[in-house]
Design a protein around this ligand. Structure first.
Ligand SMILES: [Zn+2]
Length: 414
């Protein structure tokens, strides 16, 4: 299966882009870059000089070989301090967060703001535009775009199909609305929109616990609902229209809780923080994550908490087993509260996935916790950096000549 979806996921990176992506994801030894690019030393040198000329990378001389040693030192290549950044914004159930991220995954300070109530699209996206405009007004580095992570399936043109937890109407054209709001504030930058869990998967693949996996399955739960993503050969699998990996609606409990999608017993309502609290007979407070995490921590000594943790862990395992059967991943990364469940019930989770999975390999699929603190935010910035990572020269040339970039991935509006 090859990854499909909208540009940039279908874009073929240039050689310059492939080299920049390697440095971006932590391959900094020049001899290693030469191997991975499949180029001669001379050709690699030319590519790196071009990237240096664009002020995207710089070369640090390697240590001289020991006296009497042979061979040349292998220089290190790192991201140039003047390289551009992208902005990532994540809309949560309770809040909105903003972060600027440079090449190499180097992040700045997170700005977080409570969602306005009612959290209508106009109110939320107006707040996003205000936060982004304020950040751009004081930015010291060039910004190549804004990535927006939403708790919704997102179509290829940047339209939120159904942000159910935010009570948004069906089909909000988020990319074009946000682009217009930013333009009205004097900022014309590309706006790219994606599903939050999809984007988190991409970030874990490039900078976290999914690094090096060829078929990475990511499943997570944050403030509300369950999401997932699949990264194949380094690219997000978005499906034909952008909706792939809506894992929350896999049924895991026949006749279970009613789901907002109209079905019963979906992973979304059987394995998220409120399901865990309900299993222990507790109410759903706001914010919910601290209460859910406290319950997981209490499961070490409290039998009722332990029973709730194991019940939800078994349902999560049922969902993972279905996904493992379909996708045959070589690694599963769990995020949010699911990583907490893994920390206290790893053996139970792994045994249940193996018991339920048809594929023999399932028992051997590594299941690990995510490593990034804010993977959705980082992933949002990743998609905004993607055009630069695919074709650095063209993006920087367009930027310099003040043309608006013509990428239309996941909804570009400017
Ligand atoms: Zn459902």
């Amino acid at each position: 299966m090859s990854p499909r979806g909208q540009a940039p996921d279908t874009a073929r990176p240039t050689t310059l882009g492939r080299a920049l992506m390697l440095v971006h994801t932590g391959y900094g030894v020049r001899s290693e870059l030469t191997d991975r690019l499949g180029l001669t030393r001379t050709a690699t040198g030319t590519v790196l000089r071009d990237l240096e000329h664009l002020r995207l990378v710089r070369t640090i001389p390697g240590p001289r070989p020991e006296r009497g040693g042979t061979g040349r030192p292998s220089h290190r290549v790192e991201i140039h301090p003047d390289a551009p950044v992208a902005l990532g914004v994540q809309v949560h159930y309770e809040s909105v967060a903003l972060l600027d991220v440079g090449l190499g995954g180097v992040a700045g300070q997170i700005v977080e703001h409570r969602l306005p109530r009612p959290a209508t699209p106009e109110a939320v996206l107006g707040l996003v535009a205000d936060l982004v405009a304020a950040r751009l007004a004081t930015a010291s580095k060039r910004c190549v775009g804004l990535g927006l992570a939403l708790p919704s399936a997102v179509a290829g043109n940047g339209t939120a199909l159904a942000a159910l937890h935010l009570n948004w109407p069906v089909g909000v054209p988020v990319a074009s609305i946000t682009g217009d709001l930013l333009a009205a504030r004097g900022h014309r930058i590309p706006v790219l929109v994606g599903n939050d869990a999809n984007l988190a998967a991409l970030a874990e693949h490039r900078h976290g616990a999914g690094a090096g996996a060829s078929d990475l399955l990511y499943v997570t739960t944050g403030q509300c609902g369950v999401g997932g993503g699949l990264v194949l050969d380094g690219r997000l699998h978005t499906g034909s229209a952008g909706y792939a990996l809506e894992v929350g609606h896999i049924p895991v409990r026949p006749g279970g809780r009613p789901c907002h999608c109209g079905s019963l017993g979906c992973l979304d309502v059987e394995a998220d923080p409120s399901a865990l609290l309900a299993e222990a007979g507790l109410p759903t407070p706001e914010p919910i994550m601290p209460a859910a995490r406290a319950l997981v921590a209490a499961s070490a000594s409290d039998p009722a908490a332990r029973a709730a943790v194991l019940a939800v862990t078994r349902r999560l395992a049922a969902g993972l087993a279905s996904l493992v059967n379909v996708f045959n991943p070589d690694r599963v990364v769990l995020g949010g509260l699911h990583a907490d469940l893994l920390a206290v019930a790893a053996a139970e989770l792994r045994d249940e996935v193996a018991r339920r999975s048809y594929l023999d390999q399932a028992a051997r699929v590594p299941i690990v916790a995510g490593r990034l603190a804010q993977p959705g935010l980082l992933g949002a910035a990743e998609v905004a950096l993607q055009p630069l990572l695919d074709d650095p020269r063209t993006v920087l040339r367009q930027d310099r000549s003040a043309h608006h970039p013509e990428y239309r991935p996941q909804g570009t509006s400017s």
